[in-house]
Design a protein around this ligand. Structure first.
Ligand code: PMP
Length: 404
């Protein structure tokens, strides 16, 4: 049965609004997805009925809120096939990668190698550069082919006896490429390296089972998964989290503190210093409940159809350059328009109510790889419709005419 995007849209109040007198066509979900009523109501309900700080509470509201917060952790864990104590709440994908890099970095030194790729988001580059600057580790980058895939032969040859960590995006936020992460993880493990996958994009588009992937760490953000901002998750294999030193210090992450010594709590609490993002975790859990009730395979097919439709309608556009045409890719269209800066393209599309992102997409090395300084990006989500795909193509065609 075809996926009913029109019915789904009804659950997203914001999608009813107009922009510049036109119906909003929101094609920026790769940056942040809109929120269904289920998420909005779960957070509002918590604030109106059962809110307090979590843990150590001896009163009813504290206990209820703790149960809701830990319940959200169980939902996130079940969503990715992990155990609850393997899920650390962070403020997003970025913080999760920083946590892992800082923790692993403590035992890395001069000449140890970290293998990344040219298609990484800055969130999966900069924390490793810190280790280059501070600990003398060597960063290596898997090249990207012209059609936007990782060069697997090069990846294999870059793995070596000094490779300690392989950190890669599961799906590129620019090219849409879905990387063959099973194979990459196996190759990395054979070389003795730990594997971190940046799942910020992939998890919104496909089911993820961290045990089947056999990765050591998997990170993602709530806000790209129809949940709130300010919350993300770090999955770490039990033994990996147990071996990782704490990230930030403060309340709730200790075993005991005296003036002379400290001991730490077990994971995941060891990595959650201070008052956590409680309402955000509850909203995150609600988003996962909501998404789990939908047919995710049908959603992926729907998103892909929208992408294909746009791609086919633009097939003859000789003024358009698409970045990333990998055979396995999600519904992200990054492009440049001849003679127009990507920022101008985005601003003119906005006049037609069409929201796309433009710039480097926090992926400057990738922009350089493709010889561009910026690109525009239309990203499709489950609530986008064929009519919207057409509205985008029509608006883009008029935008191009403006510059021609
Ligand atoms: N990695 C990828 C692939 C992303 O798309 C993003 C968000 N643009 C991030 C990491 C960082 O996520 P956040 O900003 O939510 O921490």
């Amino acid at each position: 049965m075809a996926f009913d995007a029109e019915a789904i849209r009804e659950q997203f109040p914001i999608l009813k609004r107009q922009v510049n007198g036109k119906p909003l066509v929101y094609l920026d979900s790769a940056a942040s997805a809109q929120k269904p009523r289920a998420v909005i109501e779960a957070m509002t309900h918590a604030m109106e009925h059962s809110y307090s700080n979590v843990h150590r509470g001896l009163h009813t509201l504290a206990n209820e809120t703790t149960e809701a917060f830990e319940g959200a952790r169980r939902k996130v864990a079940a969503f990715i096939g992990a155990e609850p104590n393997e899920v650390v709440f962070t403020k997003g994908g970025t913080e999760a990668i920083n946590l892992v890099a800082a923790g692993l970095g403590a035992s890395l030194g001069e000449g140890d190698e970290i293998l990344l790729s040219e298609m990484e988001h800055h969130a999966n580059i900069v924390p490793w550069h810190f280790l280059r600057e501070r600990r003398g580790v060597v960063l290596k980058f898997t090249p990207v082919t012209d059609d936007g895939q990782l060069d697997l032969e090069a990846f294999q040859s870059l793995l070596g006896p000094r490779t300690r960590v392989v950190a890669l995006s599961h799906m590129s936020n620019v090219l849409g490429t879905i990387n063959p992460v099973m194979d990459l993880t196996r190759m990395a493990h054979e070389a003795g390296a730990l594997v971190l996958l940046d799942g910020c994009q992939a998890i919104a588009h496909k089911p993820v089972d961290v045990k089947a992937l056999d990765v050591d760490f998997y990170v993602f953000s709530g806000h790209k998964l129809y949940g709130p901002t300010g919350i993300g998750a770090l999955y770490g294999k039990g033994e990996r989290l147990a071996a990782l030193p704490p990230y930030q210090g403060g309340g709730e992450m200790i075993g005991a503190v005296s003036l002379e010594t400290i001991t730490y709590a077990d994971p995941p609490h060891r990595f959650e210093a201070g008052t956590p993002p409680i309402l955000e975790a509850i909203g995150f859990g609600a988003a996962i409940d909501w998404l789990s009730g939908l047919d995710r395979i049908a959603i992926a097919r729907h998103e892909h159809e929208l992408y294909q439709h746009v791609r086919e309608r633009l097939a003859g556009a000789n003024w358009l350059r698409v970045l990333g045409e990998a055979p396995d890719k999600g519904a992200i269209l990054s492009f440049t328009v001849d003679g127009a800066h990507a920022h101008d393209v985005a601003q003119i599309l906005d006049r037609y109510g069409v929201a796309v992102r433009a710039g480097t997409h926090c992926a400057e090395p990738l922009m350089k790889r493709f010889g561009v300084t910026s690109s525009a990006r239309a990203s499709f989500a489950l609530y986008n419709t064929h009519d919207e795909a057409d509205a985008f193509v029509d608006a883009l065609t008029k935008t191009q005419a403006f510059f021609a």
